[in-house]
Design a protein around this ligand. Structure first.
Ligand code: MN
Length: 422
């Protein structure tokens, strides 16, 4: 899996890619969609340093069809990555031709990384599931199926937005514990969920499950994902069929798909605590045990309207890690999703679920950080939050770091909350 494209010594002729801490060094090469002006056609771009390279201009692929790119077989994906790496390396003969295809990131509009087909949200964060379960069901936090079956629900792709958008605080049915009847009102418990998005590459035919040994061949890569949630709607509506309008008013995805190839140096063994059940055989494989997990450091940043007024920067309010948070691996999610014959298609998005770490301060949602809205968190501006206020902007960030490898990042996944529609 590790090849010449991962060499930490590689440098690019795009100088900003060589800077310490840059999210997009030559070892990353994530794909996304950009346009040079509003209304101009979307193009496929590769992020490099503080610039985007027009993939169409490189001559390595025909056209600007992201679905076609997602559907490449693994060997073709690796060949494309190698060609991009060679062309962007210092001293490459391609420099003169490709320099014309570079745009500063600051000068382009970044869109959804692909047209998203179907969207599923899983619930792989066991610390999140346990903490939230305690709030909703103190006696019975983790339901008995949790350690056997990857829990998920089908969401809607229609309200998944590209990073940088704003949305109005949604209205819905709310019923307080002491209320005789529900009422229709703007949510008072608006929350974020720190998640990763798995982008499906090659699909499977209906009726043909994807074996776990092949599961990652069907994944193109990963994004950051914020599954905004209205906790008051959720508490009232979630039984018996799960989340509905508490989730599908808005979601945010980061612009860049970090490929499975780029993530290769950051794999980790997948382990279960002693005494937990072993996954059923269809969800178990030697490769999945040896390196099924992925080490991704995750961060949540908050900037309130008050902070912006006073020129204060966003404040980091929690950190966690995908591998520490997740009870199931990406391969297990793909295999489980298709085990009944369900067809996955290029461009489908699988949310991981909220990725809270084991410690309370590593919570991936305000529901957990504020202990169900009971204990406000204190911000550097002197403000306090249990749930989000109008004007708040939430940004998710992610990066992979390991000795012997070049650090890579995911970019930003940001959105801002507007007051309710009047
Ligand atoms: Mn979620």
């Amino acid at each position: 899996m590790i090849d010449a494209t991962h060499d930490p010594a590689l440098q690019s002729w795009v100088d900003t890619a060589n800077a310490e801490g840059c999210d997009f060094p030559i070892q990353n090469l994530p794909f996304g969609r950009y346009r040079v002006a509003h209304g101009a056609p979307w193009r496929i771009g590769v992020a490099i340093g503080d610039a985007v390279l027009d993939l169409g201009h490189t001559g390595l692929v025909a056209g600007a069809d992201m679905r076609a790119l997602l559907g490449l077989d693994p060997a073709a994906r690796r060949a494309l990555r190698l060609a991009l790496s060679e062309g962007l390396r210092r001293g490459s003969a391609r420099q003169a031709a490709w320099a014309d295809a570079l745009h500063p990131l600051a000068a382009v509009e970044l869109g959804l990384p692909c047209e998203i087909g179907d969207y599923t949200d899983f619930y792989v964060g066991i610390h999140h599931a346990t903490a939230v379960g305690k709030l909703f069901r103190p006696d019975n936090p983790l339901l008995p199926n949790y350690k056997w079956v990857p829990i998920g629900y089908h969401g809607r792709a229609s309200t998944i937005n590209a990073s940088g958008h704003a949305f109005h605080r949604p209205q819905g049915q709310i019923k307080g514990a002491d209320d005789a009847e529900p009422r229709l009102a703007p949510t008072q418990r608006l929350d974020y969920e720190l998640e990763l998005g798995l982008v499906v590459g090659r699909g499977n035919a209906q009726g043909r499950p994807i074996p776990i040994a092949e599961a990652e061949d069907h994944l193109f890569g990963m994004t950051l994902f914020n599954d905004w949630s209205a906790r008051d709607f959720q508490a009232w509506e979630y039984q018996p069929l799960g989340p509905f309008l508490s989730k599908n008013f808005a979601s945010t995805v980061s612009p860049w798909i970090v490929t499975m190839e780029a993530l290769a140096p950051f794999r980790r063994a997948f382990e279960r605590p002693a005494g937990d059940p072993r996954p059923l055989p269809y969800l178990d494989a030697e490769a999945n045990r040896a390196q099924g997990a992925i080490d991704v450091g995750l961060e949540i940043w908050l900037q309130t309207a008050e902070m912006r007024r006073h020129g204060l920067p966003a404040q980091r309010i929690a950190q966690s890690n995908f591998a520490d948070a997740a009870y199931w691996t990406p391969a297990q999610l793909v295999t489980h999703h298709s085990v009944n014959g369900c067809a996955l298609h290029a461009g489908d998005l699988l949310g991981t679920g909220t990725l809270s770490g084991p410690r309370p301060e590593q919570a991936g949602s305000l529901l957990e950080l504020s202990q169900g809205g009971k204990v406000p968190i204190n911000l550097a501006s002197g403000e306090r939050r249990t749930f989000l206020a109008d004007g708040d902007e939430v940004t998710l960030r992610g990066h992979c770091e390991r000795a012997g490898a070049r650090r890579i990042g995911f970019g930003a996944c940001s959105a801002r909350i507007l007051p309710p529609h009047s």
